[in-house]
Design a protein around this ligand. Structure first.
Ligand code: PEP
Ligand code: MG
Length: 556
């Protein structure tokens, strides 16, 4: 009998197929004592396994490229953490086997991370994944992860480790569903980058039996378990219709009455550029440069290395706009050489622009590299700072840009509610705003973006978030400046219409979402978008806001 489950749709499209579960078994090796004379050999085995797993993660990263590569490389670094290795060695010296030493050392580290605050939830999943891989290698059992299957399937997992998401083969994995993770978690961002339909934050998904047929609607967040023939036909027809509409929609982003809303791509580095160009991106609205820095968390990449990477992205959009975000380190993206190790709550600590102002030489090198990379290219370079809190932050950033001789527009990301509330004051210092709705939601609702349990509050349809978007857009309009959105909110086609109605001037998203947003935006006039925006803001919940906007736009 057909049943319907509802999670959070994070990547568009419909997938229908049999369920396969992710191998998540945590292997606990026996706690037997080894003789002292075996210690050295066991230490050698442990090290070899760690090195092999790190090399495997790096190789997976190379294969995947883009944002996934940086995430996997960061995981490889966790595996080789010198403190962890020293702890494994010590445990083996006092009688643990290699596998047990790894297991216990990682468990200890896990407890430290878990106790360091909720924001670490995402990293705990990474740590568990690395541990399971090393232990599996030592025990000679299959690696946990994506199931082996020659037939296409719908993947169900508690949460997807970056190592697995990166290797999902779109030809085999029709779609995926996770019990944990929110709409702005890195798994969701990676799913969109892959173009695979996905639903997250669906508790109970793990109970769906292996081999059951499900239909996943990544736009609505619905999962139909054992869908009837009628439902399948209906979903397939809707998907085919959407595909046809997508193919028919090309050119710059605009409403049906010609109000232009440039559609830009979010990229993590040069390897994301081809997909952006293919999707018809009119430029880059968010170049997350921190992925360049995650290779080596002990020092910044050299100016030459930075110039090379920036130039590759800038060259891809002649006459286009490329918005580069300076390094956004800290919280879920810590860097040893920048991020204080002992913050009680790093998401509220020294992160983003705050780190850069504490380390002006890192900011200077990055801005100088950008100036050199853009030199002689016909691109419209814009540079923005993450986590701007007030006018003083905006001024410090603009001063640093001027001092580096950068010929570009300088902007501020609106990710902290104070920046939205005082947007006009910030605009006295910078030329544009870009709304980072992922962090803006996190800070507005005090809801960690890595924690599935609070994903309701991370929903970008929350009217309070829409109010802050409206405030920022109105301030920019009053100052004659632009205000884009580069958070995940921009990738929801219906919400993109609402954001347009709120006065947002450009939308930036993962390349795979661009055709969907372009097609939907092109169906409505600006006045319709404005009415949908007003209706959404008048609602009392995200769910109602979504329904109200839908009712206006579909003429119900
Ligand atoms: C955001 O916070 O919305 C954003 C675009 O930045 P990131 O997701 O990289 O934190
Ligand atoms: Mg952010």
């Amino acid at each position: 009998m057909e049943t319907t489950l509802r999670g959070v749709g994070v990547s568009h499209g419909v997938a229908i197929g049999e369920v396969r579960h992710m191998g998540t078994a945590v292997l606990e090796p026996p706690a037997k004592q080894i003789p002292a004379e075996d210690a050295e050999r066991e230490q050698g085995r442990a090290r070899k396994a760690v090195e092999a797993v790190a090399a495997d993660l790096m190789a997976r990263g190379n294969l995947a490229g883009g944002e996934a590569q940086a995430v996997l490389e960061a995981q490889a670094m966790i595996a080789q953490d010198p403190d962890l290795i020293a702890d494994v060695d010590r445990r083996i010296t006092v009688g643990s086997s290699a596998e047990r030493g790894i297991y216990d050392a990682f468990s200890h580290y896990r407890e430290l991370l878990a106790g360091a605050g909720e924001y670490m939830a995402g990293r705990v999943a990474d740590l568990d994944d690395v541990r399971n891989r090393i232990v599996a290698r030592l025990l000679g059992v299959p690696m946990p992860g994506v199931p082996d299957s020659d037939e296409p399937y719908v993947l169900i997992a508690r949460d997807l480790a970056p190592a697995d998401t990166a290797l999902l083969d779109p030809a085999l994995v029709l779609g995926f569903v996770t019990e944990e993770g929110g709409p702005t978690s890195h798994s969701a961002i990676l799913a969109r980058a892959l173009g695979v339909p996905a639903v997250v934050a669906l508790p109970g998904a793990g109970d769906i039996a292996e081999g059951t047929v499900v239909a996943v609607d990544g736009s609505t967040g619905e999962i139909f378990v054992e869908p009837t023939a009628e439902k399948r036909a209906q979903l397939e027809a809707a998907a085919a219709q959407r595909k046809a509409a997508l193919a028919a929609s090309t050119g710059p982003g605009a409403t049906s009455d010609g109000h232009k809303v440039p559609l830009l791509a979010n990229v993590g580095g040069p390897s994301d550029v081809p997909a952006a160009v293919e999707a018809g991106a009119e430029g880059v609205g968010l170049f997350r440069t921190e992925f360049l820095f995650l290779d080596d968390s002990t020092q910044a990449p050299t100016e030459e290395k930075q110039i090379e990477a920036y130039r590759k992205v800038l060259e891809a959009f002649p006459e286009g706009r490329v918005v580069v975000r300076v390094l956004d380190a800290g919280a879920d993206k810590p860097l040893d050489f920048l991020t204080p190790a002992d913050e009680p709550n790093p998401a509220l600590g020294v992160r983003g622009l705050r780190s850069l102002l504490d380390h002006p030489e890192v900011l200077r090198t990055q801005l100088t590299a950008l100036a050199k990379a853009a030199d002689g290219l016909p691109v419209y370079l814009e540079v923005m700072a993450p986590m701007v809190a007030d006018r003083a932050d905006a001024k410090a950033f603009a001063d640093a840009c001027r001092a580096a001789g950068l010929r570009a527009k300088f902007g501020a990301m609106v990710e902290i509610p104070s920046a939205a509330l005082r947007a006009r004051s910030i605009l006295q210092e910078v030329e544009f705003l870009s709304l980072g709705t992922n962090d803006l939601a996190q800070y507005t609702f005090a809801a960690d973006r890595q924690v599935g349990a609070v994903s309701r509050l991370q929903d970008p349809w929350q009217p309070a978030l829409l109010d802050l978007v409206a405030l920022s857009a109105e301030a920019a309009r009053a100052e004659g400046k632009s205000c884009g959105v580069c958070g995940e909110a921009a990738s929801d086609p219906l919400l993109a219409c609402v954001l347009t109605g709120l006065g947002v001037t450009s939308l930036s998203m993962g390349a795979a979402s661009i055709p969907y947003v372009r097609a939907t935006l092109g169906k409505y006039t600006l006045a319709q978008c404005e009415r949908a925006a007003a209706a959404a803001r008048a609602a009392d919940s995200a769910e109602e806001a979504r329904k109200a906007a839908h009712a206006v736009l579909s003429g119900e």
